[in-house]
Design a protein around this ligand. Structure first.
Ligand code: CA
Length: 230
């Protein structure tokens, strides 16, 4: 079973542990961060994070700024802000653009998991309505008309390149063997050479990478295949 992954950004270790323990108990997988910088690093390493819990007062930035940046990169991720009783709620609400919900400290484990479950239910419903799009980082793949955008600019793909992109974006962070790519994109009865996968991926890199000579989205897994990540 694939556990839903949640990012918890909180610099106070006692509160963070409290949240982590309770989320684990509720069956969620948790990725922890203590600073804004660490949060972004973890998000890029775990593109399958579905929800982020963000504290507001952080050592290197504030939670609102982190929220804004996450939201810009990913319109679908769920975001819950952790607020303190001492914070003025008017101000918090005004700054909360992009967040889906907030929880005021101190909170009970039951309250925490109830909010998270509710948000997941909501985002699953929205995902149903908006099925047909995969958005990851600057990339937006429209699976209805089989098109790709990077930073809102259309990238022209062949059908094979599109199928490879779709396979990558369906499997973020997972090393895919050249055989897997060949089987999925060309079909199991294709008897061509594995090299065709390499040729197409080289061409795909020219189209989607910031610097194709130093690819960062499609990375090579030596002796095995390729991996998609942000
Ligand atoms: Ca804090």
């Amino acid at each position: 079973m694939n556990l839903k992954k949640i990012l918890v950004l909180e610099d106070e270790t006692s509160i963070r542990s409290f949240v982590v323990v309770n989320l684990n108990r509720a069956g969620y997988e948790v990725v922890e961060a203590g600073t804004g910088a660490e949060a972004f690093e973890k998000l890029s390493r775990h593109p399958d994070i579905k929800l982020a819990i963000l504290d507001i007062m952080l050592p290197d930035t504030d939670g609102f700024e982190v929220c804004r940046k996450i939201r810009t990169a990913d319109p679908h991720i769920g975001i819950i802000m952790l607020t303190a009783k001492t914070q003025e709620m008017d101000k918090v609400m005004g700054l909360m653009t992009g967040a889906d919900d907030y929880i005021t400290k101190p909170f009970s484990p039951a309250e925490l998991t109830a909010r998270i479950d509710a948000l997941f239910r909501r985002s699953e419903n929205t995902a149903g309505v908006e099925a047909g799009e995969i958005v990851q980082g600057p990339f937006r793949l429209n699976t209805r008309n089989r098109t790709l955008e990077k930073d809102k600019a259309r990238i022209k793909l062949t059908q094979v390149e599109y199928s490879i992109m779709k396979m990558f974006m369906d499997n973020p962070g997972k090393a895919l063997s050249r055989e897997d790519i060949l089987n999925t994109v060309w079909g199991r009865d294709y008897f061509g050479e594995l090299k065709i996968a390499d040729v197409n991926i080289r061409r795909l890199r020219l189209k989607i990478e910031d610097d194709p000579t130093n690819p960062t989205y499609i990375t090579t897994v030596w002796g095995f295949g390729y991996k998609w990540g942000l």
